[in-house]
Design a protein around this ligand. Structure first.
Ligand code: FAD
Ligand code: DLZ
Length: 508
């Protein structure tokens, strides 16, 4: 009797565990475009189009390789609208009782599969350097789960950037060399852009019909949708951008939306690129003398360190993680996170590029939109739903620990040892946003003062009991305490005025 082999939209690689366990001669692969996955958050339309196109290209490869595949299109009249519904439909058709699946990257879907009236065998996703057991073994008995130590273990395990048992260049981490402000000129012209082929055009038409009210701009659509395209993009990025990646990793420019960033998260997560191959290609550039160590180490740390660590946290913390709210923040997410209607130039730039490209780089996510949400006390659940929706690389396993943990400190300090908050001066140092802003970053009080300046002190003041004894925040509290009482009162009053305008839905 045949078994079904489930392949989800972000599992489009022949290396995926369920496929490795399956028998081409007797088993039936199931892939399905379903309304439930496409609408459980308000996904960016480019993200949905990307995944559907990747799926449709992958199914061609599977059939060419001899697999029997049942593929459901979104507008198939028999589409039940959910992954479990489609599995049940095909189980009846093929008389199958067993499903081979690879663990999804979200507890919601894991629970749905586990609750099915079929025998679902969930195989661990092997596309990661660290298995669940590896992360648990590393985390066991540690008081704090800091990424840096986990990363070193991954370096030793993979041998990446190692000279014997020592780190290449004598240091594990070159982050201190990687904080240059925005450059005057950028020599890289951004990610490789691919004209949609007939398959992608058909998907784009479908998305235009079915998601007319969806978030974001669908066209121009330029993402890679096959492994060969993603590889071509990576190869060009390594040659043209990697050498400067480290230096300008934290910089932000209004007209340079990608700077020297790789823009590969969506490709790795969906299965178009293999993370080990990506790291090896970067390491090769260093060994061949084509890229400096600070750039290559910085890049490999993102994939080997952060990506793996973040996933470890998601699965270790469990399904309740996304509901955490350690700081008790309850404000609604402002409308400008969706429509960019704000006079704050930094948020406008970050949201506009998010709307256009389904992309923003890490510092824009952390220190512009994330920082504002944290300072203003936005409900972390709402912040989480926004980040999960708007980026092409967003899946809960990677998005939630970044948002709930790193950005919003809602997990109480599991991911971050202190909250990532800053006044406007950090944004001014690292970007060109403040030059075109209606607010004045140098003004600390009054109607024209940058809202980040006001809310920064408001945040520290209202969370004093929790943070004042954190040694990494002592300087901030000393500065606040040194201010004259009258000035502190003015700052807090002006910050309250900003929050009142926010709550009233007034333009900010
Ligand atoms: P680069 O800067 O070029 O880095 C290369 C790769 O390293 C990335 O593609 C990614 O795979 C990996 N990486 C880098 N930083 C991280 C990190 N902190 N966690 C995990 N992997 C990392 N990343 C996602 O992939 N999906 C998300 O949904 C997501 N949500 C985020 C939400 C918030 C609030 C924050 C602060 C960060 C989030 N990140 C997320 C992490 C990071 O911002 C993105 O991985 C990165 O911006 C993707 O762009 P890039 O491919 O150009 O990355
Ligand atoms: C994100 C997404 C979307 C928009 N649509 C589909 C889909 O129609 N079919 C599918 O198999 N997967 C889709 N996905 C990806 C899943 O939501 C993803 O597998 C889970 O969130 C776990 O990471």
């Amino acid at each position: 009797m045949s078994r079904l082999v489930l392949i989800l939209g972000d599992q489009c690689t022949p290396d995926i565990a369920a496929l490795q366990e399956a028998d081409k001669a007797t088993d039936v692969v199931v892939m399905a475009e379903v309304a439930e996955e496409a609408t459980y958050v308000r996904h960016h339309v480019k993200k949905i189009a990307f995944l559907f196109s990747v799926m449709r290209h992958f199914v061609q490869d599977l059939r060419a390789a001899g697999w029997t595949v049942e593929y459901t299109r979104l507008d198939d009249p028999d589409n039940t609208g959910s992954i479990d519904g489609e599995l049940l439909r095909y189980a009846t058709k093929h008389g199958a009782t067993q499903v081979l699946a690879t663990e999804p990257g979200e507890f919601r879907l894991i629970e749905r599969l586990e609750d099915m009236p079929l025998d679902v065998l969930l195989h661990e996703d092997r596309r990661f350097f660290a298995r669940h057991a590896d992360f648990e073994a590393w985390a066991e008995g540690r008081k704090q789960l800091r990424m840096e130590y986990f990363y070193r273990e991954m370096r030793r395990k993979t041998g990446l950037l190692m000279d014997g048992d020592q780190p290449a260049g004598g240091k594990w981490n070159f982050d201190h060399d990687n904080r240059k402000p925005a450059p005057d000129a950028v020599t890289y012209d951004g990610p490789m852009r691919f004209a949609p082929d007939a398959i992608t055009e058909e998907v784009l038409d479908l998305i235009e019909r079915r998601f007319a009210d969806g978030f974001g701009r669908l066209r121009p659509f330029w993402f890679a949708v096959t492994p060969a395209q993603a590889q071509a993009h990576l190869t060009r990025w390594i040659a043209d951008a990697l050498p400067s990646f480290g230096d300008y990793q934290d910089a932000m420019l209004t007209d340079e939306r990608f700077l020297y960033h790789a823009v590969i998260g969506q490709y790795i997560h969906a299965g178009l690129l293999d993370p080990l191959e990506v790291c090896r290609a970067a390491e090769r550039a260093y060994k061949d003398g084509n890229a400096p160590l600070n750039a290559v180490e910085g890049f490999i740390r993102q994939i080997l360190g952060w990506r793996e660590y973040i996933r470890g946290i998601y699965f270790r913390e469990g399904p309740g993680y996304t509901a955490r709210n350690a700081l008790g923040h309850a404000r609604k997410l402002p409308a400008f996170y969706w429509d960019a209607e704000t006079d704050m130039a930094c948020i406008r730039a970050a949201v506009e590029q998010t709307r256009d490209e389904a992309y923003a780089h890490h510092i824009q996510r952390l220190m512009v939109t994330g920082n504002f949400a944290l300072l203003a006390g936005i409900d972390p659940g709402e912040v989480h739903a926004w980040y999960l929706a708007v980026y092409a690389d967003a899946y809960e396993w990677v998005e939630a620990p970044n948002t709930i943990g790193m950005s919003q400190f809602a997990d109480g300090g599991i991911v971050a040892s202190k909250p990532y908050v800053s006044s406007g001066s950090y944004i001014d140092r690292m970007s060109d946003y403040c030059k075109s802003c209606a607010y004045k970053v140098k003004e600390k009080t009054g109607e024209m003062a940058c809202p980040y300046n006001l809310l920064y002190w408001h945040f520290l003041d209202r969370h004093r009991a929790r943070f004042s004894r954190n040694p990494r925040m002592a300087n901030m509290y000393r500065t606040w305490d040194r201010m004259a009482d009258e000035r502190r009162e003015t700052v807090l009053r002006d910050a309250e005025a900003v929050l009142t305008r926010l709550d009233a839905g007034e333009r900010l």
